[in-house]
Ligand binder design. Structure first.
Ligand SMILES: [Zn+2]
Length: 156
């Protein structure tokens, strides 16, 4: 399916109530036709205070509409970005972009909700061709060479 803003908003509200105690503040949602990610949370880090602390603000949650994906994968992508949002909006510090805190939350939600959130997804040849039609030759050659059924696709 190709998600719409009302769909993403309704999933965000449901997941917020179910997995975050309804504590996440509303976030602007945008659809993106950009390449290279399925979902992405962007925000700015503003320096604040005498001691150089940073404050995260101006959050935008982006979900890609370039590629037709199964609904559970879209939901897991929304959840993945919501974990980034939970960490950033609470001004928490993780050990890396998908560090201990991210992985702890991912494990908690996967267990509680029987979800399959990951930090990278395997995309099929057909999905890659849909995402990068101009790279058809390279994609065909890649799958011919490797005899692979899918390719790892990093999640932002
Ligand atoms: Zn991520």
């Amino acid at each position: 399916m190709i998600p719409t803003i009302p769909y993403i908003q309704s999933r965000f509200d449901d997941f917020n109530a179910r997995f975050f105690g309804g504590a996440l503040p509303p976030v602007p949602i945008r659809l993106s036709h950009a390449k290279g990610f399925l979902g992405k949370l962007t925000f700015t880090r503003r320096k604040q205070g005498l001691f150089g602390q940073y404050r995260n603000e101006n959050f935008v949650l982006r979900i890609n509409t370039r590629i037709d994906l199964p609904e559970p994968l879209i939901e897991d992508t929304i959840l993945h970005e919501m974990i980034h949002y939970y960490i950033a909006v609470n001004q928490l510090r993780d050990t890396s972009s998908h560090g201990r805190l991210f992985r702890r939350e991912m494990a908690r939600i996967n267990a509680d909700g029987n979800r399959h959130i990951t930090i990278s997804y395997r995309l099929s040849k057909e999905q890659l061709l849909e995402l990068y039609p101009e790279k058809k030759e390279q994609i065909e050659a890649y799958f011919l060479r490797k005899s692979k059924k899918s390719s790892t696709f990093a999640q932002n």
